[in-house]
Structure formats: structure tokens, C-alpha cells
Design a protein around this ligand. Structure first.
Ligand SMILES: Cc1cc2nc3c(=O)[nH]c(=O)nc-3n(C[C@H](O)[C@H](O)[C@H](O)COP(=O)(O)O)c2cc1C
Length: 371
């Protein structure tokens, strides 16, 4: 059975659905080139903006939540901002990468202040590099919201609609809106992005969190000169939340192209996002913890899942588990109906048994009479 892992989304052909998510794995052209060489289907670069001088990162900016009885990282918090590399360096890197890898999918993650001119300037300048698509970062939950950027935009559907509209008005390439999970209902901002013409939804960005408090120093982590800010939580702990949000957006907007993100570390994790409607998947923390080489395992595991079920291409199972979500009331009704069906089957079987006994007794009586 030949299995095809390639997929075409918004006219872009990905060799496989595994995309490195925006963050440290795509911090410059050199590491992005390495990820292409290793076989990642696509790449979203680290978010950048027009003016990097306002971006001051801290050390430390990461903190891990480990399993109780092993060193396994369950969750990961970061207070990292967007890229602090100059805009011109990004333009050079992206231009060079598209020359070197014309057939690989390169997506530029961009963010700007709440000004139409700024968003349209960055879109116009970056698309000249030849990148395949934009991912609008409307979702970073820490640091940037203090400047009314990132999640400060993504949590407000009116602003999402406005900003996506500004980008779409000048973009000649597909635009994905990257959404924040830090909202009551993810369908409202995603719906606003789609109304404004977004070609796809990338979700989720990180979940606002406090990873813990150091019980020796009594300071919350990650601690910078004794202080911290709530940061973005990622890694395997966030996967169930991401799956739920992807499912809700996929059900609310049938056929929408979703790039599923959040705690994906294996091909079988990816398969679950696809069953709930994602057509590509992104990996960030997993690649930070396990290295870019994990792509070989991701592909093999996804292929293994497809072979088990006889799927030969990805579209055969994207969204296949979506019809099995219902209301709690309906679950109760289904359970009652199943119980009743079982009861009546049992009663019927008892009736049949009684008939058989009756027959047996009659036969025995007849035998006795004739003997
Ligand atoms: C250290 C770090 C930096 C990140 N930086 C960005 C960023 O610049 N832009 C962005 O859109 N998402 C950023 N993210 C979010 C990831 O792209 C992703 O949405 C999130 O971490 C959930 O996926 P994961 O569990 O695979 O990491 C960052 C995540 C981490 C851990």
C-alpha cells in the first residue's frame, strides 16, 4: 500500500504536513535551512516586526514542568518576545531561503502595532522575499500585549477582523491568522478572521500561565532578578486544550484550513489533530526538546497510523472524528436507548429460551407416553 503524506493547502504543496512552528526552531535562515534539509514539510519563522529595537528579551525566559517521577518535560513556560533580529536581516534570510529552497513551504510570521500603515508596510515588504504565506501573530500572550500587540488583538474579534482585513487588502499570498487560546470561545475570533478573508487558522498559541514558585526563594518562575510575568504554556500538557479548540473551530467552520498546534510530539499526536480537522500540524516545543531530527519519527508514526486504518492520503481522514461530538443531553439519550436495546434483546433471548424449554418438556412427555 503506497502512502502519500503530501498535502496541498491554499495552493501550497507541503511534502508532508509537519511544519516547524514559530519560535526558537525558526530563529534564523541557517536553522530553517537545516530543518528543510532534514525533511520538514514547512516552516514558520520566528515572529518579527518592522522595528526590532523595542524587543528586549530576558534571561532566563524558559521554565519547565517535569513529571513527578521522571525528568520528562510535561509543560513548558516561556516569556520570550518576538525576534530581536533587525528587520533587514529577516528580509535577507527569507529571500536567500526561497532561492535555495524554491519548492519548500516558507511562512513568514509577522506582528505589528495596531496601525493599518504598519501592517500593510510589513506585508508589502515581506512578500517581496518570495515567501509562500503569512502567519499573522495575533496571539502572543506575554510582553507584547503591554504594547497592545499579540493577544491584545487576538482576544478581540473586532480588532482581529480589522487587522486581518488590512493584511488581506495588500497580500498577494495566503494569510493564516494565528489565534490565542486565552479566550472563552475560540470560534468568535477565528470567525472574525475568516470573515475578513483569512485563508487559514493556525491554533493554538501558548496558554497564559505561571509554571510554579521556587519553594527555596519563594519567587515565581522563570525568575528574572527576583521577578517574573505570567508566560506562555506549551508542550504536551496543552494538547487536550488545543484539540478541543481545533475541534470547535473545525465544527463551526466546515472546510476551513486549520494548522493544528499544541503539544504535538509524535506522529500519533498529529493524527489526532487531523482527525479533528487540521490539515497541517506545527511543532515548536517538541522540536526544542527533541531536536529537528524528530521529523523522521513523526513521518514514520503518522504513516504507521495510516497503514493500520488503510488510509492512503491525508484528506481521507482529516475531520473524520468530528461527527462524534454531541451534546451531553444526547449522550444521555444514546446511553438510555442502548440500555433499552440490550434489555429488549435479553428479554427476547429469555423468550426464545422459554420456547425451547417448552418444546423440550413436550418432547420428553411424548417420549415418556410412547415408552
Ligand atoms: C520559546 C517559545 C517561543 C515562541 N515564540 C513564538 C513566536 O515568536 N511567534 C508565535 O506565533 N508563536 C510562538 N511560540 C508559540 C508556538 O509557536 C506554539 O504556538 C505553542 O508553543 C504551542 O505549540 P507547542 O506545544 O508545539 O510548542 C513560541 C513558543 C515557545 C515555546
Amino acid at each position: 500500500m503506497s502512502i502519500d503524506l503530501s498535502i496541498t493547502v491554499n495552493g501550497m504543496r507541503f511534502d508532508n504536513p509537519f511544519v516547524l512552528g514559530s519560535g526558537p526552531p525558526g530563529t534564523n535562515g541557517k536553522v530553517i535551512a537545516r530543518s528543510f534539509d532534514l525533511g520538514w514539510g514547512g516552516m514558520v519563522c520566528k515572529t518579527f516586526s518592522l522595528d526590532a529595537s523595542k524587543v528586549i528579551n530576558t534571561v532566563p525566559r524558559y521554565a519547565k514542568l517535569k513529571a513527578r517521577e521522571s525528568d520528562e518535560v510535561i509543560g513548558f513556560e516561556n516569556i520570550e518576545l518576538i525576534s530581536d533580529r533587525p528587520f533587514e536581516d529577516w528580509i535577507d534570510d527569507l529571500t536567500q531561503l526561497k532561492k535555495q529552497y524554491p519548492d519548500r513551504i516558507l511562512i513568514a510570521s509577522i506582528m505589528e502595532e495596531y496601525r493599518k500603515e504598519a501592517w500593510q508596510e510589513i506585508v508589502r515588504k515581506v512578500q517581496e522575499t518570495g515567501v509562500d504565506a503569512f502567519e499573522l501573530n495575533l496571539s502572543c500572550p506575554h510582553g507584547l500585549p503591554e504594547r497592545k500587540m499579540g493577544m491584545a488583538m487576538g482576544e478581540n474579534p473586532d480588532i482581529v477582523e480589522e487587522v486581518v482585513g488590512w493584511a488581506k487588502a495588500v497580500s498577494k499570498i495566503p494569510v493564516w491568522a494565528k489565534m490565542t487560546p486565552n479566550v472563552g470561545s475560540p470560534t468568535a475570533p477565528a470567525g472574525a478572521a475568516l470573515r475578513a478573508g483569512a485563508d487559514g487558522i493556525a491554533m493554538i498559541n501558548t496558554i497564559l500561565s505561571v509554571v510554579g514558585v521556587d519553594l527555596k526563594t519563594l519567587r515565581p518562575m522563570p525568575t528574572v532578578e527576583g521577578y517574573t510575568v505570567p508566560g506562555g504554556y506549551s508542550g504536551q500538557a496543552v494538547r487536550p486544550i488545543a484539540l478541543r479548540q481545533v475541534m470547535e473551530v473545525a465544527r463551526a467552520h466546515p472546510g476551513v484550513e486549520i494548522s493544528g498546534i499544541g503539544g504535538i510530539e509524535t506522529g500519533r499526536d498529529a493524527a489526532q489533530f487531523m482527525l479533528l480537522g487540521a490539515s497541517t500540524v506545527q511543532v515548536c516545543t517538541g522540536a526544542m526538546l527533541r531536536g529537528y531530527e524528530m521529523i523522521a519519527e513523526l513521518k514514520a508514526e503518522l504513516e504507521g497510523f495510516m497503514r493500520e486504518h488503510g488510509f492512503t492520503n491525508l484528506r481521507e481522514f482529516i475531520g473524520k472524528s468530528l461527527p462524534y461530538f454531541s451534546t451531553h443531553h444526547d449522550l444521555g439519550d444514546r446511553q438510555k436507548a442502548a440500555r433499552e436495546a440490550k434489555e429488549s434483546a435479553r428479554a427476547k433471548a429469555r423468550g426464545r429460551d422459554a420456547e425451547v424449554w417448552k418444546g423440550d418438556i413436550a418432547k420428553e412427555a411424548k417420549d415418556l407416553a410412547t415408552n
